[in-house]
Design a protein around this ligand. Structure first.
Ligand code: 6GU
Length: 244
């Protein structure tokens, strides 16, 4: 399979490069399952002071990233990959909430470009002309898009075939089921008086799977009513389809 190409446009390229060296993600880049290019937005500034921001039209606090450096960065990236379909993503608290399904779909793309904002944000014209999708990673405000881009990149890369030594573990994680994961235990069977549930020691795989599903349901119902209800609706829909 071709490596997934990932380009990140940022005013702090060092942050992104540091994250890209660690753990499963770092190994995936080293093994060429994915290729990372980080572009410094300031390299596309058109003045010698490398200014990329200016005051917002209409007034108000904060600064806005000018369209020109962003358009020029995109022109540069496009010119290097003339035959590829680029899928471009802007990170913003106004984007749609990023989830596991998005990660799955994005992991099948050929080439992703992440644009990280700073300050109050970027000029609207760059968003409209250059960006395919806008994502948020949650309802809070970060000082820049870099961490959010990397949250997404981590979630995407670990889904690439061969990124993890144990592909089954990725499939049984929390979200692919639409349910939170069940409690996990490892040796010893008793620790400081606390016991591992008996059924997990039984070797009875059917019973173990039943126990795990019960706990997934219980945990999800307690902690994430939204996911629980979605799961139950999906079960109902499936039952109805089969009934017809
Ligand atoms: Cl994608 N960017 C910023 N700056 N803050 C965020 C976010 C993104 N998602 C949640 N908060």
């Amino acid at each position: 399979m071709n490596p997934l190409k990932i380009d990140v446009i940022s005013t702090f390229p060092g942050i992104v490069e540091t994250f890209a060296e660690m753990g499963i993600v770092g190994r995936a880049f080293k093994q060429n399952l994915a290729q990372l290019n980080v572009w410094n937005l300031r390299d596309y500034a058109d003045d010698r002071f490398r200014h990329i921001d200016d005051e917002p039209y209409g007034g108000g606090p904060g600064m806005v990233i000018k369209p020109d450096p962003i358009f020029r960065a995109f022109d540069d990236i496009r010119s290097r990959y003339p035959d590829e379909a680029l899928h471009t993503i802007y990170l913003t608290p106004q984007g749609k909430p990023f989830n596991q399904e998005h990660a799955q779909w994005l992991s099948t793309q050929e080439h992703l470009v992440f644009l990280c904002g700073r300050y109050k944000g970027i000029d609207q014209r760059a968003r409209e002309a250059l960006v395919d999708e806008e994502f948020s990673i949650g309802d809070y405000v970060l000082s820049g898009g870099e961490l959010a881009a990397f949250v997404m990149i981590d979630a995407i890369i670990r889904l690439l075939p061969d990124a993890t030594s144990d592909g089954d573990s990725v499939i049984s994680d929390t979200f692919p089921f639409g349910l939170l994961d069940a409690p996990l235990y490892t040796r010893p069977a008793e620790y400081r008086g606390m016991q591992v549930p008996e059924v997990l020691l039984s070797g009875n795989h059917a019973e173990i799977e039943k126990w795990r599903l019960e706990h997934r349901l219980e945990r999800t119902k307690q902690r994430r009513k939204d996911l629980f209800e979605q799961y139950m609706r999906r079960l109902e829909d499936r039952d109805n389809e089969q009934g017809q």
